[in-house]
Design a protein around this ligand. Structure first.
Ligand code: NDP
Length: 340
């Protein structure tokens, strides 16, 4: 059975997102920043972080715990430390405004760290990272979410799906090396998409409310997700809770869920930590030589061996979408238009 779809150019998709967001109470600046984020997701074939997220943004705003128009506030805490208070608004605007500042600080200091606080986070981290690799910088980013995941060996929902992303700039116009994954076995949005499509999820993604292994998407959404990689993914997830929680004085995933009254019906509220390194400051006159060595000693070997690079799927989708636009499910298109 084929699913009905609607074809949109990227500019039509952007205009639709802006119209819905403004109509539902977001300021023009926030609506454009969120539309930039979700259309980039749709463009790159990341449906779970594409236009679908507009539904969650509007729903979260309507619950009254987030702001649709707050202006981010910037505080330089130390020469290499930037703190951004998103003032309980959606993170995209704060992030967009912070990027040039963080690039400047990284170029000045060699390394820069930023905590974005009090933000609704709903996006894929690769886009955050790309802003820095495009400037020739190395970057990592992480954020907690809602406590949907049980730590290895436990049974309680304590950890978020907690994504972690890393980016390395590559010379000569090559696409950057960027990986970006949830430390849960899957992103929660993927489980929601399976539920919407009535499809079972793969084994190992989660457990039901009694802690039994389960492939029913709806039951796992009521139960708990699992981390990838057993105790290793679990420890990485705890690290993210610490780095983008107490280290930047923001909420853990469990606190974010409690902020939502334990329901998890709204998007996570909390912080994101970003660390950016300038190879030119680290390596001085040797920077170009070392970036070239990374090409020959790592990436060329991988590419010659036929290794699929993280990001390759996205860059391929992007090239097609930029020419041809995107197809979104008719049901999603209808849900979006119901918000107008
Ligand atoms: P995926 O498992 O889809 O992908 C993880 C990464 O691995 C991507 O960089 C992907 O590249 C790469 N990859 C996938 N398959 C291969 C392969 N066979 N060989 C080499 N590399 C591969 O990601 P997740 O489902 O874990 O996460 C999806 C998104 O959800 C992320 O962008 C994350 O930031 C986001 N997220 C956001 C949250 C939030 O609260 N803001 C919470 C949780 C997740 P490619 O993209 O090219 O396929």
């Amino acid at each position: 059975m084929t699913t009905a779809t609607v074809h949109l150019s990227l500019s039509d998709a952007h205009a639709l997102a802006v119209r819905i967001l403004e109509h539902n109470g977001f300021s023009a600046a926030h609506a454009h920043a969120i539309a930039d984020t979700v259309v980039a997701g749709e463009r790159d074939g990341c449906a779970s972080h594409g236009l679908y997220r507009v539904l969650g943004c509007v729903h979260t705003l309507k619950q009254g715990k987030a702001s649709g128009d707050a202006e981010p506030a910037f505080h330089r805490m130390a020469p290499a430390l930037l703190r951004v208070d998103a003032q309980q608004a959606f993170y995209s605007l704060a992030y967009q405004q912070a990027v040039p500042q963080l690039i400047e600080i990284a170029r000045e200091q060699g390394i820069a760290a930023m905590g974005i606080n009090n933000c609704v986070h709903y996006a894929a981290l690769w886009r955050d990272i790309e802003a820095f690799t495009a400037a020739g910088l190395v970057a990592i980013a992480c954020t907690p979410s809602h406590a949907w995941v049980t730590p290895y060996g436990g049974s309680q929902r304590l950890l978020g799906t907690n994504p972690f992303a890393f980016g390395w700039p590559r010379p000569d116009g090559r696409d950057p090396y960027i990986f970006d994954f949830a430390t849960s076995a899957s992103a929660r949005g993927e489980i929601e998409l399976h539920r919407r499509a009535g499809k079972p999820i793969p084994e190992g993604w989660g457990v039901d409310e009694e802690g039994n292994a389960c492939t029913d998407a709806a039951k796992v959404l009521r139960g708990a997700q699992l981390t990838f990689g057993g105790h290793k993914g679990s420890a990485l997830s705890v690290m993210i809770e610490l780095l983008a929680g107490p280290l930047i004085a923001d909420m853990t995933s469990r606190e974010s869920l409690a902020f939502d009254g334990g329901k998890g019906k709204t998007l996570p509220m909390g912080g994101e930590l970003v660390i950016v390194i300038d190879p030119k400051r680290f390596l001085g006159e040797y920077a170009d030589q070392e970036l070239a060595r990374a090409e020959t000693s790592l990436f060329k070997v991988m590419e010659d061996d036929g290794v699929r690079m993280p990001g390759a799927r996205r860059y391929r989708n992007r090239a097609v979408s930029q020419q041809q636009g995107v197809d979104i499910p008719q049901a999603l298109f209808d849900d979006l238009n119901a918000l107008l």
